[in-house]
Design a binder for this molecule. Sequence first.
Ligand code: AMP
Ligand code: MG
Length: 419
Amino acid sequence: MNSRMLNSSTLITELSNSHGNTRDYTEKSLLRHLLFRVFLCASVAKIFVFIRLKQYLKPVGSGTNPLRKPPPLPAHLFIILLLSLAASACSQDHDDAFHDQFFAFGTLIDLTLYGVDPATARQASERIEQDFQDMHNSWHAWQASDLTRINEQLATRKTATADDSILSMIAEADRLSLQSNGLFNPVIGELIALWGFHDNPLPIGTLPDKDTLNRLVAQRPSADDITIEGNRISTRNPAVRYDLGAFAKGYAIDRAVERLRELGIGNAIVNAGGDLRAIGRHGDRPWRIGIRHPRQPGILASVEIEGDTSVFTSGDYERFFEVDGIRYHHIIDPRSGYPADRTASVTVIHGNAATADAAATALFVAGPDEWSSVASRMGIKYVMLIDTDGIIHMNPAMQARIRFEPETNAVIRLSEPLP
Ligand code: AMP
Ligand code: MG
């Protein structure tokens, strides 16, 4: 059996988010930035001194009086111009973009805050990082966490208790699952574990046992099987197991944006490995976001966003292994129990991040034939789906706001407008 394990971390590039000319004020770049300023000031000063010397040191007898006043125009104008350039170069404050990065949810979280003083930005960033670590520890699907405890209780006693924060998250996931016709299904944890996508490294050369897979699919665990009363969750389906991997990042980003707003920060991007929510603007221009190409390194397209917008992409390149040349990736069609095999990536633009995250996964499973009906059910207005033949499917509103970089010669299939 010819099998190959691919490490997802090498495949996820930093290209899914481009900050345009956002400046990076981490320590290293601050030093780079200061050196650049010093170099610029020194260069302008050198030109200024050179011009003054040329005026005063002309050789005696060259036909000019060395003691005469320097020529008022145009030399003075030129000097004033240079001086003002030098002044602006030497004193210009940074463009107020603060940039920080840390690891959570197994990915790089990238925070950009705009128009915030450095001390406040640093404090906000530390707070957000702590929030992310707490959420990650509490929601982990297979390391000891509140979620694994709930799963164990559901499996043995069919009833579990949970605190408000995790209950509202679960309730929101269940609601989105029903909207998606169960294509985003947060209770197929058993199936995902069976495929080995919880393992690190991923399984090499082994496919799940067919009988176990078929049994799990036949049990049809669904959000419909869940009842939440007070702080108690119960289910009548023994196959129900929560895995919030398709939605937790989005939900966490929404909590981070709430936290930023509490702290009075209105212009920011919270980016978790390329999936992000932006609020406000980047100074006098919108945020520019790159969308990764599913089959090549680099970006396929970009969109400009402002106000309050999330951009989420689900891709078959993020976590997968190959057996006999066939790619088995981490996005499972709950109807078959196998990876959804007609989609390479789906990008969704939507207001809140939790919905965008759940929808990107659901539309990935829906594939080229069903994505627009599921998008309508979920209230999604902007979708781009790239199928495994490289055909780009979009709704007209998405086409109007996306820019391919460079122009693509791929076949583009437009859907009817989404309602
Ligand atoms: P995403 O990258 O947001 O599409 O999430 C993929 C992750 O969600 C996988 O690694 C699984 O943990 C989980 N998952 C896979 N298939 C589904 C599905 N159909 N519904 C919900 N979660 C899923
Ligand atoms: Mg998702």
